[in-house]
Design a protein around this ligand. Structure first.
Ligand code: GDP
Ligand code: MG
Length: 345
């Protein structure tokens, strides 16, 4: 059952999750959702047990280099919002991967960009904090393009973190990189972060992910799991749901209501067999934006709600009722109180 490009320790199972394969021990990489934890705990190991390792993995990289795609591929489920548009992921997000021998907590840092609004500053701050708090840094780059100013700025940030933090340079998108330019590109990126260990991957094709995971685990401290498996879900799902709603809004609105949109989850109720009931408010900066988000006879809001609902259902593997409202909250980007309230600080 091995997929075409992944050899050795991993194969894809029926639901397209990565399944480590080692001797006769099998464990599906679990997501944070207990309803999809259909993993077979290890039966017998054919190698001596290695010490359990756990730690934080910061995922760095400018927008659109494939950070979310990578985290999703490693976790085997839609966790971080993936979008062809940059800056969808605005907050630190935890993706937790619990294996037989290790627990990896992924921190999906926002892209670092020039602070213009206060929001920008708090995003930069949160990226810097994520870096100094973690055990391993993954610097993701798009190796199909030469390094640019944004890569250099991030590399400078990475070069400042303490020297015992391991840094892996992930040369992503090898599937769309001209093989003849790969060596030069690799060198150009390596020069930006000389201490980093380069690993070529394709997040979409899952190439190189088995080796990446092995290398990642080796870089974590010996420690029992930091998070009890079942505790993770709640807090975490709310956060992801709000990202997915925001993503659905951005995808439908194109550039009409640029990034001045925020989402607050007002209710997130479990209804057992009947799924989850979610009430959320979309905040916009102007009355005119509110009209656009609602659309003719509510059609736009309905579309956003329907797209977001499908994504949340896919993420949480159950039925979801989603009720969206739109409100105007002027200047929320510059208002420190609002930032706190939306969870940005
Ligand atoms: P992020 O902004 O860094 O989180 O980037 P995303 O994960 O949202 O990815 C941006 C775009 O690049 C999406 O359209 C992905 O499907 C695409 N992408 C990510 N990884 C790869 C890859 O390895 N190969 C190719 N061809 N496309 C990729
Ligand atoms: Mg992302």
């Amino acid at each position: 059952m091995h997929s075409g490009s992944i050899r050795g320790r991993f194969a894809n199972d029926a639901e397209n999750r990565l399944v480590p394969v080692r001797g006769n021990a099998t464990a599906v990489i679990q997501s944070s959702n207990p309803k999809t934890w259909s993993f077979d705990r290890m039966k017998a190991m054919d190698t001596p047990a290695s010490p359990y390792r756990s730690g934080f993995v910061a995922v760095m990289g400018k927008p659109n280099v494939g950070k979310s795609t990578l985290v999703n591929a490693l976790l085997g489920q839609k966790i971080a919002a993936v979008s062809p548009k940059p800056q969808t992921t605005r907050r630190r997000q935890l993706g937790i991967l619990t294996l037989d021998n290790a627990q990896l907590i992924f921190v999906d840092t926002p892209g670092v960009h020039q602070p213009r609004y206060k929001l920008g500053e708090s995003m930069v701050k949160s990226a810097t904090e994520a870096l100094s708090d973690c055990d391993v840094v993954l610097m993701v780059v798009d190796v199909s393009q030469p390094p640019d100013e944004a890569d250099r700025r991030l590399a400078a940030l990475v070069n400042e973190i303490r020297s015992r933090t391991r840094v892996l340079l992930l040369l992503n998108m090898i599937d769309k990189t001209n093989p003849s330019s790969l060596a030069d590109r690799t060198q150009a990126f390596q020069e930006l972060i000389p201490r980093a260990q380069p690993i070529a991957i394709s997040a979409t094709r899952r190439d190189g992910l088995d080796y990446l995971l092995k290398t990642l685990i080796e870089g974590l401290p010996v420690s029992p799991p930091l998070y009890p498996e079942a505790q993770v879900t709640d807090h975490y799902e709310r956060e992801i749901a709000s990202d997915l709603i925001r993503e659905a809004a951005l995808n439908n609105l194109y550039d009409e209501v640029p990034h001045g949109i925020a989402v607050r989850i007002d209710q997130y109720l479990e209804r057992g067999e009947h799924g989850a009931y979610i009430e959320a408010t979309l905040f916009v900066e102007r009355e005119s934006h509110k009209a656009i988000v609602i659309g003719q006879g509510g059609s736009m809001l309905k579309q956003i709600g329907s797209d977001a609902r499908k994504q949340i259902e896919e993420m949480s593997n159950r039925k979801v009722y989603l009720d969206l409202k739109v409100k105007v909250r002027k200047n929320w980007r510059d208002d420190a109180k609002s930032l706190k309230w939306f969870g940005y600080e």
